[in-house]
Ligand binder design. Structure first.
Ligand code: ADE
Length: 320
């Protein structure tokens, strides 16, 4: 098929995560040769790096069906039994936010993963009795932001564990060029490079910024998305030179102005900027940490000198 989709469907179309692609392609080939389902895969890393996309690519490369769900969506053991029971043999079941599975659901997943059966209790009180359900063989692909959020019995049942990393600017520029082609939009290499540089290592952010910049370019009647329109649009969107947005800067400013740059606890920071602690931990803090603007210490988070400098402040300038 010639039709391009924003999500790649093969490993060769998938940009970045080279080490993972290299390993996974071997496991896929070996499993196919043996005519067995692929071993269960755990993908962990910050949101927006393409975990769901990669799971879909793996299903496509294995030539099996792909079913997606999420931890919070599976509320009770019966939901999981129904899901697993409907799978075609060898299918891939993708569970996003797998760390948020209810405990009693997680527990029945153990035997399902290990030996493809489930024992559940059916009925209540006097009529309660155990039922043994054999399941079609399947591959579970689980995704989570931090591997440490999983209980160790669950983590131990994944034969393949892969850490998704932030993309380099050059990989992100390739993602932007590819997406522009899918959108049928002209873009200059310098325009793509500038969007890449400001996308905090994250394809989802790069694709979102590309869509917005494309709107600006269209209304300004630009034939091509050039560096100038990228600069203009991102200034209006308040995405700064390092790709930080309003919320990122608010977090840094709050730590400096209210807590002298730290150390301060994560939940305290979250409360002060009006975000959930988990949102700060999973979505905001990792990139600030990766960029070297904040660091983790035994007593809490601290703004680094680079963090101060980014806001045009000095570490010893305490605000009165
Ligand atoms: N779109 C989003 N993530 C991508 C990736 N890793 N490769 C290609 N296209 C993408």
């Amino acid at each position: 098929q010639t039709e391009l989709s924003l999500r790649p469907t093969t490993l060769s179309q998938y940009i970045g995560q080279d080490k993972i692609k290299q390993e996974v392609s071997v496991y896929i080939q070996a499993a196919k040769d043996r005519q067995e389902p692929l071993d269960h895969v755990l993908l962990y890393g910050p949101p927006g790096l393409g975990k769901t996309t990669l799971a879909g690519v793996i299903a496509n490369e294995m030539g099996v069906t792909f079913k997606t769900t999420s931890g919070p969506a599976i509320e009770k053991p019966g939901d999981l039994v129904a899901l697993l029971n409907e799978l075609q043999p060898g299918a891939i079941l993708f569970i996003d936010e797998i760390h948020r599975l209810p405990k009693n659901v997680e527990e029945i997943l153990y035997s399902a993963m290990e030996d493809f059966y489930i024992d559940i209790i059916v009925g209540q009180d006097a009529t309660a009795h155990p039922v043994h359900f054999p399941l079609p063989p399947f591959t579970l692909v689980g995704a989570t932001t931090r591997a440490g959020l999983l209980s160790s019995p669950l983590r131990a049942r994944f034969g393949i564990v892969e850490h998704m990393k932030y993309y380099t600017d050059s990989e992100l520029a390739q993602v932007v060029l590819r997406s522009a082609e899918v959108f049928d939009s002209q873009i200059d290499p310098l325009g793509a490079a500038e969007i890449a540089r400001r996308s905090r290592g994250t394809p989802r952010v790069a694709n979102r910024l590309l869509k917005r910049v494309r709107d600006f370019a269209q209304v300004a009647q630009k034939k091509s998305i050039d560096e100038e329109i990228v600069q203009y649009a991102l200034k209006l969107l308040q995405v700064d030179q390092q790709g930080l947005d309003e919320t990122d800067r608010k977090l840094l400013r709050t730590m400096i102005e209210l807590y002298g740059g730290g150390p301060v606890g994560l939940s305290t920071i979250a409360a002060n900027i009006g975000e959930e602690t988990d949102t700060v931990a999973d979505m905001i803090e990792p990139y600030l940490m990766q960029s070297g603007f904040i660091k983790r210490t035994a007593r809490g988070r601290m703004v680094t000198p680079a963090g101060y400098e980014h806001l045009g402040l000095r570490p010893n300038e305490k605000k009165n």
